[in-house]
Design a protein around this ligand. Structure first.
Ligand code: F6P
Length: 322
């Protein structure tokens, strides 16, 4: 393979830039040329392409967001949209493609491989950590640390006012960010979609905590929690026991900022690994990091299998909040 493309797609995540950098530099090191595609699959359809060289990715290893920009494309889900994209790739001589993104982006990458025979490799770029085939996704560690900083700060004011705070974090339908940030921040309870939530038990624990001398409490809620988001939980608790609560929804704050060392290193390993896979002429797969080694997974497996939440951490969360 002489010439490959790279794009970022879906919700951006801190670490996408070091991943782009790794793809570009590894490819050049291997004697290949690299074309950057702007705005994900939308740019693939619109032919919004740029030639990239080693210097075009200088000074981005520490930057959040993505220099290639990102979007979600409805048109690319149609065969008509894909056909235009494939024609553009042919015009530019692009023989293989690295797709950095989450599960929606992986589906796009697989469509190119399955319907049009183009070798594609997925690199897991999402703060949600919800992809099968990798222990961690790029951006997860940074998002957890941002959420953790918020929890630590809220703890100060919550303690001063002896209040109950409910903090909502992102994660789409998964609770990884909530669980990790909640355990690290010493949350009294963590509400995630992977485990059943019993509000009466949570309230009981909060009341017991008060009796045992706890002056403040923090609940961390994943946005996909089945009982609802932080505002719903606050309302339900108020309706049940009349507690006055304060709510913080962290939202897109979790997607910005400089990637942590863990995310930069992961991005460097996986971006580089994706190029090696394309070099071997393989496609239709995702590259991941499992048990401290590169792991290749067929793309459909990454959304057909559900990554299990850490049961031990769920248990520890409860033990630690006695
Ligand atoms: O997948 C990343 C993510 O940040 C999710 O955690 C969240 O549910 C979603 O994207 C938000 O999407 P948007 O940026 O389109 O509001």
């Amino acid at each position: 393979m002489k010439r490959i493309g790279v794009l970022t797609s879906g919700g951006d995540s801190p670490g996408m830039n070091p991943a782009i950098r790794a793809v570009v530099r590894r490819a050049i090191y291997e004697g290949m040329e690299v074309v950057g595609i702007k705005r994900g699959f939308k740019g693939l359809i619109e032919g919004d392409f740029i030639e990239m060289d080693a210097r075009s990715v200088s000074g981005i290893v520490n930057r959040g967001g993505t220099i290639l920009l990102s979007s979600r494309s409805e048109k690319f889900k149609t065969l008509e949209g894909q056909k235009i994209a494939v024609e553009n790739m042919k015009k530019w001589g692009i023989e293989g493609l690295v797709v950095i993104g989450g599960d929606g982006s992986y589906r796009g990458a697989y469509a190119l491989y399955k319907n049009w025979g183009i070798p594609t490799v997925g690199v897991p770029g999402t703060i949600d950590n919800d992809l099968w085939g990798t222990d961690l996704t790029i951006g997860f560690d940074t998002a957890v640390n941002i959420a953790l900083e918020a929890i630590d700060r809220i703890r100060d004011t919550a303690t001063s006012h002896e209040r109950l705070f409910i903090i909502e974090v992102m994660g789409r339908t998964s609770g990884f960010i909530a669980l990790y940030a909640g355990v690290a921040g010493g949350a009294e309870d963590i509400l995630i979609p992977e485990t059943p939530t019993h509000l009466n038990e949570i309230i009981k624990r909060l009341e017991e905590g008060k009796k045992k001398g706890k002056v403040s409490s923090i609940l961390v809620v994943a946005e996909g929690e089945e009982e609802g988001g932080a505002l719903d939980i606050a309302r339900k608790i108020r309706d049940k026991v009349g507690y006055e609560t304060r709510v913080l929804i962290l939202g897109h704050l979790q997607r910005g900022g400089s990637p942590t060392a863990i995310d930069r290193i992961l991005a460097t390993r996986l971006g580089s690994g994706a190029v090696e896979i394309l070099k071997e002429g393989k496609g239709g797969v995702a590259v991941g990091w499992v048990n401290n080694a590169l792991k290749i997974t067929p793309l459909p497996e990454t959304w057909e299998k559900k990554k299990p939440i850490d049961a031990d951490l769920c248990e520890l969360a409860l033990i630690m909040s006695i």
